[in-house]
Ligand binder design. Sequence first.
Ligand SMILES: [Zn+2]
Length: 682
Amino acid sequence: MVEQNLEQNPFLAPSTLPYALPPFADIRDEHYRPAFEKGIEEHLAEISNITRRRDAPTFENTMLPLEKSGQTLERVATVFFNKSSADISDFTNELEEEMAPILAAHSDAIRLDSALYWRIKTLHDQLDQLGLDAESRYLVERYYTEFTLAGAALDDDQKAALREYNQKLSTLTTRFEKNLLADTNDLAVVIDDVAELDGLGEGEISATAEAARERGLDGKYLVTLVLPTGHPYLDSLTNRDVRKRIMDASRSRGSRGGENDNRELVLEITRLRAERARLLGFENHAAYVTADETAKTPAAVASMLGRLAPIAARNARAEQADLQARIGDEFTLESWDWAYYTEKVRQAKYDVDTAAMRPYFEAERVMRDGVFFAATRVYGVTFTERTDLVAYHPDARVFEVKNDDGSPVGLYVLDLYTRDSKRGGAWMNSLVSQNSLLDHPVVVTNNLNVPKPAAGMPTLLSYDEVNTFFHEFGHALHGLFARVTYPKFAGTNVYRDFVEFPSQVNEMWMLWPEILANYAVHFETGEPMPQAFVDKIRASSAFNEGFKTSEYLAAALLDQAWHRITADDTVADVAEFEAEALAAVGLDNPAVPTRYSSTYFAHTFSGGYDAGYYSYIWSEVLDADTVDWFTENGGLSRANGDRFRSLLLGVGGSKDPLEAYREFRGRDAVIEPLLKRRGLAE
Ligand SMILES: [Zn+2]
């Protein structure tokens, strides 16, 4: 092995490419580890240069160097974590596992540094005398809050205890995730006779045959489980017994005894989180988490979710009665029947056939004449493909985004297709985060998981994929439009219970008549999508929302319940705790199971959404209220877009988001538009 020349490591200097696009063509696997090492070393030296100072803390000698620190680490980490999601290999898996504890310890080393905390706290104590502009003032406030919540104010013994809690929790949550993956694989349902799969399409049946073959079960069929309780096949499988087998398998994950059982882990994780919260001065983990969200308290979350729960449960019961009427008295509707009969009612009542829409959603047209076109009409930005610039994978395309006066906005990277080396789902991330302190431009990416068509065939998107595209592009615009001074506030660096808001708003343009007419054109005949399709979609928009809202709220409330236990509470039985928590909010209808049960609730026990699963509907309140604002003010127009851009998207995380919202809307958000959208009017 040859000693590496660090001078040739592309992570060690800023990129010289347009918009500081990382030099992907020069980056090789062996560059990452030394760059991580060098980056951490450099970062610690920079922090030590701040804390070793003998002079009194000032904004200039403390906050500015703190914000400028860690550039090398930032460069290698963004490129690496993009790769470990979108271009996974054995190499990324190994390095990720190796780096996770090192990076966690590095972050603890900085956030628990007493000398650094003392300087930040000193500035915070004198905040009114410092004469800072609003964004600089907010920077001190945010650092002070984050460091305090991370435990910087604790004494040495408490800090040692905190580090131990953090480490134990990181091990336990990783184990939860591993168990869940193993049990999900083990519980895949084996089908012997293809007749039992009646109702599935040809493609779906061949996928189950292929899945069986991969496990050495030639000639059989394997239904692999997905993460939520429900399964996409349940709406079409005609065999009631097979539906029940899939539902039972899904719901038993992590609670069957044996080595993949997650019940003890649930109890231990929630107990440790409660103890850690007490160490940090909070009554429970939910109080600790929400203190640094726009919600602020578990009571605020409980009040919002609690208001929706009884209405959602009532609507679900009405839907249930409809479904039962269809079945008659042959049998009682069970959870595994819900999707199947719902689909029948949907077709009978609304005649919606989403499959027939695909030919009108050709991917290239959706992108250029839909997603991009909407941004041009609303915000005046234009898009030019830059085939001269290389991204991290041949499928990832690079576009330059400019304002209508020709001034640069940033680069947008689109990576549309699914592949074995990409994780599931759809997401946005930043490769270069805008800030004026370091004169950084902006580069953002969108990843989707659209199946690649056979060579020469067009990519026809499903209704949901088009919706996801508009959604993720909303995150991209949030990143692209941010114009902030400090790196900490770049783009989508906002509270978790606020971050989905801009992306949800962007979904509104998908069916906006002027936009839809521009992109939804039959890929062969060139004919526009029939108005009847759109009318049916609109007419059925609140259909089955009682069920959907109930299963979501059940999970959100369950997540809150687990994290409202205190360090003095003892919970002995997971299933009992779960049943009581759901009964207490009236969401214990057996036909409408929670979207995730505790033992397979990855969001809350391994996914970083602990005490935060409420975020999705919390952001949707702002989203629905904003869509109303656009509509009241004439809908699609540059004036409306410019206002939304300058007052909300452009400020990134640089001010209190609810204050920004108030400025934009002229008042606080109200919940009624959300209730109306979900058919939950009281
Ligand atoms: Zn999103």
